[in-house]
Design a protein around this ligand. Structure first.
Ligand code: PBE
Length: 268
């Protein structure tokens, strides 16, 4: 693997996603911290464009490095691997956590309780993501998952009462993982009688809207590393309801056919 130099073939480019994503910021830090990444750049665009570029590269068996994360359907669809990160720039295992605006517990206790009790596994989330990737509308995939997982869903609504049109606004970023989780929670709340709006934002504004109390909350906080800076900035002005998913991860992801195992194997 020491012999292969992919940099030139890839124009020394790491294929990023949205500029505000934590994994993009981490990739930019990696370029600074790994001396062997001198001259590399992280391109930014969107999660959709990253997925398209990845699919095309795999089809042509070309080298590509993307800013990746788990849970994500791409690992079910393609043979991929994370590059080892000996400097731990991307952090370790992450949780996805739920954050709500202050005062929600008193004002909308049933909404608060459902958001507090929402909790599922990486495999659950991947099931919804795969169905969406296969062409289902997010709301449709969410409804199907709910129908097949009544036991989990009743543990989220346990101890709550149905409501009559209480308004709830959930914010998220158009990352495939958060499209899945936000749609599932929104559908569950709709079925309990809430009038639910889901609003896609960039990462920074997502956190701000919760901490400014403009919206109900979000289920899209990746911690401790990926959104660590945003959490520090906003934690005093929002309520942290804890993990809704364990075992998440971010990092640099490549197809398995690439003869490189560690970020340190890349050449300047
Ligand atoms: N992600 C998906 C986000 C968190 C969820 C890894 C693209 C990020 O990097 O901020």
């Amino acid at each position: 693997s020491e012999e292969v130099n992919y940099g030139e073939e890839m124009s020394y480019e790491i294929t990023g996603i949205e500029a505000g994503a934590g994994v993009v910021k981490a990739a930019q830090s990696a370029v600074e911290e790994y001396e062997n990444l001198a001259g590399w750049e992280v391109s930014t665009s969107s999660s959709g464009a990253m997925a398209t570029a990845l699919g095309q590269a795999v089809e042509n068996e070309e080298p590509i490095i993307v800013t990746g994360w788990t849970p994500h359907w791409k690992f079910a669809k393609y043979d991929l691997k994370y590059l080892e990160d000996p400097k731990e720039v991307f952090g370790g295992e992450e949780q996805i956590k739920t954050m709500v605006r202050k005062g929600l517990k008193e004002e909308k206790p049933n909404a608060y309780k459902i958001l507090d009790q929402f909790n599922w596994t990486a495999a659950d989330m991947e099931e919804v993501m795969l169905e969406i990737n296969d062409g289902a509308e997010p709301a449709e995939a969410a409804k199907n998952w709910i129908e097949n997982n009544q036991e989990a869903v009743s543990s989220w609504t346990e101890g709550t009462e149905e409501v009559d049109g209480t308004e709830v606004e959930l914010v998220f970023v158009n990352w495939d993982s958060e499209i899945a989780s936000t749609n599932v929670v929104a559908e569950v709340m709709k079925q309990q009688g809430f009038n639910v709006t889901i609003t896609p934002l960039d990462n920074g504004p997502m956190w701000e809207s919760v901490s400014e109390g403009e919206v109900t909350g979000m289920v899209a906080a990746w911690l401790p590393a990926t959104h660590g800076d945003l959490y520090e900035q906003h934690k005093d002005n929002l309520e942290d309801l804890g993990a809704n998913l364990e075992g998440a991860r971010v990092g640099l992801v490549v197809p398995k056919y690439m003869e490189v195992d560690s970020i340190e194997d890349l050449k300047p």
